[in-house]
Each structure stands twice: as structure tokens, then as C-alpha cells.
Design a protein around this ligand. Structure first.
Ligand code: AMP
Length: 402
């Protein structure tokens, strides 16, 4: 029997998300989340999707990622789908930063792990957790291939004129300061699905992909390759996000240091955790912001307007970068669910060939769909993202090709 199952692990700084997927039919066998790792209030939410059984919860301290992954392995084993199962083909890991060298899904060995560790200075929040996740998985199943799939990979095709900041080249190179881009697994998956929806090969279409979740990024995709993306050295650049500022004059940092006496770490925390929608109006959930707007809340209205204004600037910029655009594609939590955001982002762009059909936009649904009227020169689409499936696809394809 050829093993067809892939365990996808997404290890964050204090959480591990996982899915067990059977590539024979792309079905999910189990999904779950270990959260608040390292705290007294750790929890593990596990849901077997094959064979029923319903959700299970564990509460109580999971001391570290090792303990969390062991608990995940126990839950899977209780469902007869443990890590020792001969049906498990590979463990696929989401790794946030692959830098300039790790640009394709990669079988993990010591050299690869070292390279992911070497990149910790440019991804201090994410890469350490990713390394821990890989090491623990290796310890639990030393004989099983482990594949790393990088968030930066899709953007590594960006041309140099989009990837470089206009700063002193020697300083930039010495410290690896350049634009890497993130959410690449999502942008890759959604671009492919959008091409499918348009009935074309990815190589034939130009797309503006808007991944609007709690983190948010836009990308300009020409013929299946990334030509520009809004996140840069870190995921802070670009669009207004749930808690991140996105684009800002870098001098704001010096100003806050000099005038407000804030330390580097304090400014870092401000721009990453207390800015964006949250900083503007106290809420980072688009649903809550819309509710407040309906009640006439001015701060929520302004936060929404700033969010949309930035989004429009990126649509315009990427339209200019691409020259011709086949579709603007919305994805992730806000992009898939917020009809008002989609409508506002495209409003007034009829001269560019863009329009949204009110009814199609409001209809909702879990499938990839067009929401533009038939006359629109540039289509507008909603394409649900599925980063876990994409990681599983890429990991499985790599081991199957060996
Ligand atoms: P993600 O990071 O892709 O999981 O997206 C999470 C964000 O999506 C949340 O913070 C909300 O702002 C947004 N979101 C989720 N569901 C909805 C919805 N039904 N309407 C509007 N926004 C939503």
C-alpha cells in the first residue's frame, strides 16, 4: 500500500495548527489547534473528521512545542491515525522565512534546518517555532520525510527592481535587507484556482491577489509568477492589517524614538500589535467594525475608510505594474466574507474595467466564484484560500517524485 496521508504542521510562537489530509481524495481526516503553549491555560482542540467521534478538548499546561506535538500525536493515535501509521507519507511544515536560498518545497536535513535557523534574525517571531516543530516531528518519526514549505517561496520570483529597497546596497546586502514577501503559499494556491475559475492556464493570466485576513497582503501575479507583493523584509509592510500599520514613513520610527522617548522594541510592538484597524478604532475584527459603522460610530468608519483607501492604492499600483489585468481576486477571512470591503475596494474603478455585481457579491458561499457583472473587462473573484492543502500538495508531490 502506498502511503497517501500528509500531516501538515503550522507551528507559531505559542501555537501549533495541524491537519491530517489524505491525498488519495484530498479529504481532511483530522484538524486541530494547540494554543497558549508554555502557559498554564494551554488548550488542545482536536477534531477527527473521519469516522465521526466529534471534537475533543484538553486543558492544562503544555510546557513547550515538544509537549504540544506529543499531545497531538496521542490524539491522532486515539483515532487510529497516529504518527506511527504506515499510511502517513510525509509531514509538511509551514516555514515562514526561506530567504534567498530556500525557494522551493525542500526535504529537511541538517543543512536545511541550519539555514532556517540562520534566518531567525529576519523572522524572529516565526522561524524559531518552525524549527522547533520540525525537530520535534523528527524525534517522533525519525524515519519519515519532513518537507518545509516556505511562505516566502512564491515571491522569490520577484524581479530585483521590486525586491530591492532603495538604500545603500552594501548595507542592505550585509544584513539581508530586501523585500521577501509572505503569505506566498496562499498567493500561489489562490492564483492557480483563480486561473482555473477563468478557464485558463495560470501562464495565461495576470492577477491582482488580495489576501485580506488578520494579516493582509496584495500581490501582482503575471502568468503564474509573482511580480510584486506588498509585504517586505517582514510582514509589517503594505496594507492596513488587523493590528499592523502596513506602509508608514520610516521616519515615524525615529520621531517616536526622539520625541516620545520610545525604545526600538516599543515602536516594534506599537506598529505590529497596536496599530492597523485595532489601533485606529479599538477593534481588529471586520465584522465588529461593520456593526459599529451601522450604529454610526465615527472611529470605526474612519478605520474602514483608511483600510479601503490603502487597498485601492495597491490595486491601482499593481494594475500599473501589470499593464493588463484579467482578474482581481479576494481571499482570506475578510476577502472571502466581507461583501462591503470588496464592494468599496472596487467602487469607482469602472474606467479600469472593474465592477462588482451587487447580488453576486452579497451571495456568499464556500466555492471560488466570480462576483463581477458579465460585461466587466476585468473580472472580480472570490477564491477561498487553503494553505494547508497547498502545503500538503507540495509536500506530497515532493516525496512522490523521489
Ligand atoms: P484570517 O486571518 O484569514 O483567518 O482572517 C481573520 C479575519 O477575518 C478576522 O479578524 C475578521 O476581521 C475577518 N472575518 C472573518 N469572518 C468574517 C465575516 N463573516 N465578515 C467580515 N470579516 C470576517
Amino acid at each position: 500500500m502506498t502511503p497517501t496521508r500528509v500531516l501538515v504542521l503550522n507551528s507559531g510562537s505559542s501555537s501549533v495548527k495541524y491537519q491530517l489530509i489524505d491525498m488519495a481524495d484530498r479529504s481532511r481526516l483530522a484538524v486541530g489547534l494547540a494554543e497558549r503553549i508554555g502557559e498554564e491555560t494551554s488548550a488542545l482542540h482536536h477534531e477527527p473528521l473521519a469516522g465521526g467521534g466529534g471534537k475533543r478538548e484538553r486543558h492544562g499546561r503544555l510546557a513547550d512545542h515538544d509537549a504540544a506535538l506529543e499531545a497531538v500525536a496521542e490524539e491522532l493515535a486515539a483515532d487510529g491515525m497516529g504518527l506511527d501509521s504506515p499510511e502517513l507519507a510525509v509531514i509538511g511544515h509551514r516555514v515562514v522565512h526561506g530567504g534567498l536560498k530556500l525557494t522551493v518545497p525542500t526535504l529537511v536535513d541538517d543543512a536545511v534546518l541550519k539555514e532556517i535557523e540562520r534566518l531567525i534574525p529576519v523572522a524572529p517571531l516565526h522561524n524559531p517555532a518552525n524549527v522547533t516543530g520540525i525537530r520535534t516531528a523528527q524525534r517522533l518519526r525519525p524515519d519519515l520525510p519532513q518537507v518545509a514549505v516556505f511562505d516566502t517561496a512564491f515571491h522569490s520570483a520577484m524581479p530585483e527592481h521590486a525586491a530591492r529597497y532603495a538604500i545603500d546596497v552594501e548595507t542592505a546586502d550585509a544584513h539581508r535587507v530586501r523585500r521577501y514577501g509572505f503569505h506566498g503559499t496562499s498567493h500561489a494556491y489562490v492564483s492557480r484556482k483563480a486561473a482555473e475559475l477563468l478557464g485558463k492556464d495560470p501562464s495565461e493570466v495576470n492577477l491582482i491577489v488580495l489576501h485580506l485576513g488578520n494579516g493582509a497582503s496584495a500581490s501582482a501575479v503575471r502568468g503564474g509568477r509573482c511580480e510584486d507583493t506588498s509585504m517586505g523584509l517582514t510582514p509589517l509592510e503594505g496594507l492596513v492589517m488587523g493590528t499592523r500599520s502596513g506602509d508608514i514613513d520610516p521616519a515615524v520610527v525615529f520621531h517616536l524614538g526622539r520625541v516620545a522617548g520610545m525604545s526600538m522594541d516599543e515602536v516594534d510592538e506599537l506598529l505590529n500589535k497596536r496599530s492597523g484597524l485595532l489601533g485606529l478604532c479599538g477593534d481588529n475584527d471586520m465584522r465588529q467594525i461593520r456593526r459599529r459603522m451601522a450604529e454610526g460610530d465615527a472611529a470605526a468608519r474612519l478605520a474602514f475608510d483608511i483600510y479601503i483607501h490603502r487597498l485601492k492604492k495597491y490595486i491601482g499600483a499593481y494594475y500599473a505594474v501589470l499593464g493588463t489585468v484579467d482578474a482581481v481576486v479576494f481571499t482570506a477571512g475578510v476577502g472571502e466574507n466581507s461583501a462591503p470591503v470588496r464592494e468599496a475596494a472596487v467602487a469607482g474603478l469602472e474606467e479600469l474595467g472593474l465592477a462588482v455585481d451587487g447580488e453576486l457579491n452579497a451571495a456568499g458561499g464556500k466555492e471560488a466564484r466570480l462576483i463581477s457583472p458579465s460585461y466587466a473587462r476585468v473580472k472580480v473573484a472570490v477564491v477561498p484560500t487553503d494553505e494547508e492543502l497547498e502545503i500538503a500538495e507540495q509536500s506530497y508531490a515532493l516525496v512522490a517524485s523521489r
